[in-house]
Design a protein around this ligand. Sequence first.
Ligand code: HXC
Length: 257
Amino acid sequence: MEFIKVNPSYQKHIALIELNRPKELNALNLQLMQELRDVLKELDQDESVRVIVLTGNERAFAAGADIKQMANKTTIDMLMVDQFSTWDQIRKTRKPLIAAVSGFALGGGCELAMTCDMIVASETAKFGQPEIKIGVMPGAGGTQRLTRAIGKARAMELVLTGKFIDAQEALSFGLINKVVPVEIYLAEAMNLANEIAQMSPIAAMLAKESVNRSFETHLDEGLHFERKNFYLTFSSEDQKEGMKAFIEKRKPNYKGK
Ligand code: HXC
């Protein structure tokens, strides 16, 4: 793998993925996205991994899709390459996925962070959808996920002006979970991952699926879906362990079974 570094045992049950095209501010070329898709698929099936953290470097999470790779493409080139099928597969990751963002998260970079389940940011983080400035528009969920996350008025402003917001604004808009000093943003994301890794991975997976379903459907259908997943947790050993541990006043030891 050229553009992705992965450490599957950075901390117990947590895998750390690093985007690794630093000179290009982690611009998301096709190869990088394919590598990311492949590694996420592998980690999703790795029983020792319960939570995945995705990060860039201090200067950039990712400054967007690779403009140099796209500049001369025709509509038909774009259509035939079908890069979004890669994004669709990334979106289907079943384990909790946390973005640890420092520096630029722009265009496809902002969309990639929003594809994750939670975002922990450094004070230096900048979010934006600047595609309009290069004559295009968001294509990997920016108009949809940003609008759901921060509302129409703010999403319109970001998408139509291309301006960036800083981490504090992103926090106040509800786009991200936490802002911390740059020195500790990755450690903070790992702490959050570690907290989730203590839970039953089966319950976490089913809960993630249910929360995501709320964006896809109406309330009655969503409640129905949630109920089915709730019932499903009762066929896990982890449910027995979790409730028994509560009654015995001890910490549960979840096995993902
Ligand atoms: C290709 C990029 C890039 C990108 C930066 N670089 N962003 N290359 N695609 N998206 C390259 C620069 O060309 C430069 O290479 C090097 O990274 C450092 O960038 P600089 O511009 O010199 O850094 P700086 O002056 O600090 O400015 C940082 C920046 C700026 C504000 C982030 O780079 C920028 O505006 N980037 C583009 C942001 C953008 O428009 N993103 C949306 C892309 S479209 P050299 O070789 O000159 O050193 C998109 C569509 C998504 O994402 C659709 C679905 C996938």
